[in-house]
Structure formats: C-alpha cells, structure tokens
Design a protein around this ligand. Structure first.
Ligand code: SAM
Ligand code: SF4
Ligand code: SF4
Length: 340
C-alpha cells in the first residue's frame, strides 16, 4: 500500500532539478541582478541522484520530470537520463527552455526521455528579449522544431500568461502550437519564490483565458480526463486541445502528488515550502537504503501542505511570496533551484 499524507494523497511524481543555473533570465523567475549559486561540492553526483530517486520510487514515485534551472546546462545530462531510465520509471519527462535541444535532443531521446515540455511565452522577438532577458527567441523556436523532428512521444509548450506583457498572444500561441503539433498549456502567473515582481493584478485567471479562447475559436469545452495532473484540458471550437494550469486562482492542492528535489539534495514537499529536508546530508552520512526510504515515507506521512489554497485566502493582501532579501538568505526558495 502506498503511504498517504495527512490529506490522503499518495506520492507519485518527483520534479528533479539537476542544476540551479540558467541561460535565460525570465522576469517571473529570475528578475534579480545577482544570484547565490549552489556550491559545486554540494551538487549531487549522478550516482547520488539515482540512489535518491530509487528511494523515492520505493516510497511510491513512478514519474520523474527532469528540470532546473535549465537542465540542459548540466554537463552530460543524457548520461544521468540513461541511468534514471534504467530504474524502470513509468514516465521520464523533461522541462526545458529548448535552447540546447538541437545539440542534445537526440541523445536525450535515445537515453530515455519520452515527453518534453518547452517554455515559450511569446512569438515576438523584442518581447522575448524583455521577458527572458536574452535575445534567444530564434534559438527556442529552433529547439522546438528540432524536438519535433526527433519524434518525442509528446511535446508540450508552457506559456506563463502575464497581463499586459503577453496576454494579447493567446490566439497566436495556440495557432503556433497547432502548427508544430504540440499541446499548449497556459500557466497562471504564480507568486512563487523567485517571482519578486509578482503582483496580483498581472495574473490572468483561468476563466478569463478560457473566455478569450472561446471568443476567438468558437467555443471551449472541458475534456474530462483530469487525473492527478495539474493542467485542466479544454477542446476549442476548432478541435485544438489546450491546457490551463490555474495554480494561482483555482489551486489543485487536494490532488497534489508531487514533490521537488533540488540539485543539492534538498527535498521540498510543496512548491511554497520555506523548509526542506536535507537528503544529501543523510546520504553522505552513510544512511542505507532502508533508512533513506524510511525518512522519505515518514516525512510524506506527516505532509499537510496546501499552500496555494492558503495563499488564495489572502485575497487583496496577497503579495510575492518572498522579497529579494529573503531569497538571498534562503536561496532554496527560488523557483530556479527547486524546479518548476
Ligand atoms: N528552465 C526550464 C524552463 O524554463 O522550462 C525549466 C525550469 S522552469 C523553473 C520550469 C517552469 O516553471 C517553466 O515552464 C516556467 O515558465 C515556470 N515558471 C517559473 N516561474 C514561474 C512563475 N512565477 N509563475 C508560473 N510559472 C513559472
Ligand atoms: Fe530559466 Fe526556466 Fe527560470 Fe526562465 S523559467 S529563468 S528558462 S529556469
Ligand atoms: Fe502541491 Fe503545494 Fe502546489 Fe498545493 S501549493 S499544489 S500542495 S506544491
């Protein structure tokens, strides 16, 4: 029997951050001028990572998503992916900004990545530069094109929707996704660590996204296949399927089966959690497999997290989770450290 947490949720999905470094500076994730990087000696080796993932699997996890920071910056990522694939996971997926897919995509596919999610917030070059801090739209589009040619089982595109920044591109992004055979998911702008410039007036709520899509595409119907996945899926009047992740205005904590492991082995049972569990220290202190599994199961059994629902209750007083000062003293709060 899988261990259930205090709200009756099993643990099934792990976001595995393999680096806190990134080659972009998205304003909703890394808007600051400077960052405190994880020390090299703290980064888990591939063997350590695989050992921890195997302990999560013993506790019920059967899906792993490799993320970061930008995961393709981690040297020899395909070697790690191959080692993870050897564990027999039900699903091994990747979230990336796509820039390095042309060089690494085929090795990653051969190593065992089946599904790829690529972030794409705009199709306009100037806007991309403003939103991502670098002039790399062409590189991202080339990455998407390359992923298509490689024939991954599934390609998804993630768009963070921000009012007055890119919310006039919903239709254009749907058309683009259709043209490349990818499923697009609109993500509400979240007040997570890293998003120090978050303001609730910039959030475009799910109902508004759907109303706009319905107007433009002649209707929108829910697709009733919601599992434990965070995205609700909809069929537009044209037949195109899109997802909406409404973590900010209609959170899905009661079905949340996912946790996050940082590149230095800190484990967070909630995206918003201020404290994590230091699995690296336990591992390096010589804990055996049973002790590591026992620790993971004990923590999961005590889990009560439902932070996005708690934050919803803040209403008008809701602000960014953390300011730049707090992030400097607790850099593990950063989204680019714990993985999106
Ligand atoms: N660098 C990779 C990428 O951008 O796809 C992987 C890591 S990134 C942290 C993972 C996802 O988190 C991205 O799709 C990104 O758009 C999303 N994300 C980061 N900050 C966010 C925020 N404040 N609100 C909503 N989504 C956010
Ligand atoms: Fe980098 Fe991804 Fe964060 Fe953008 S969202 S800064 S690509 S980690
Ligand atoms: Fe899960 Fe925490 Fe996000 Fe709720 S806020 S869905 S508990 S990670």
């Amino acid at each position: 029997m899988p261990v259930l947490d205090q709200l009756g949720r099993p643990q099934r999905s792990l976001r595995l951050s393999v680096t806190d470094r990134c080659n972009l500076r998205c304003t909703y994730c890394m808007p600051e001028a400077d960052y405190t990087w994880l020390p090299k000696q703290d980064i888990l080796t591939f063997d350590e990572t695989v050992r921890l993932v195997s302990r999560f699997m013993a506790a019920g996890v059967d899906r792993v998503r490799v993320t970061g920071g930008e995961p393709l910056i981690r040297q020899d990522l395909a070697v790690l992916v191959q080692m993870l694939a050897g564990l027999g996971l039900r699903d091994l997926a990747l979230t990336t900004n796509g820039i390095h897919l042309p060089e690494q995509g085929s090795a990653l596919r051969d190593a065992g990545i089946r599904r790829v999610t690529i972030s794409l917030d705009t199709l306009q070059r100037d806007r991309f530069r403003a939103l991502a801090g670098r002039d790399r739209l062409d590189a991202v589009l080339a990455g998407i094109d390359h992923a298509r040619q490689l024939g991954f089982e599934q390609i998804k595109l993630n768009t963070v929707v921000i009012r007055d920044r890119n919310d006039d591109e919903l239709v254009a992004l749907c058309d683009y996704a259709e043209s490349v055979g990818a499923e697009l998911r609109f993500i509400e702008y979240m007040d997570v660590g890293g998003a120090t410039q978050w303001d609730r007036t910039q959030v475009v709520p799910r109902h508004e996204i759907l109303a706009r899509l319905g107007d433009a595409f002649g209707g929108v119907e829910p697709v009733s296949d919601r599992d434990w996945a965070p995205a609700d899926r909809y069929r537009l009047g044209t037949g195109l399927i899109v997802g909406v992740i409404s973590s900010t205005t209609e959170p899905f904590c009661r079905t949340c089966d996912r946790t996050r492991l940082t590149a230095d082995g800190m484990w967070y049972t909630c995206l918003y959690a201020r404290d994590g569990i230091d699995l690296r220290s336990a591992l390096r202190a010589g804990a055996d497999d049973g002790e590591l599994s026992g620790l993971i199961e004990r923590v999961w059994a005590g889990r009560r997290d439902r932070a996005a629902e708690d934050r919803l209750a803040l209403r008008e007083s809701r602000r960014a989770l953390a300011g730049a000062d707090e992030l400097r003293t607790n850099p593990h709060l950063e989204m680019h450290k714990r993985g999106g």
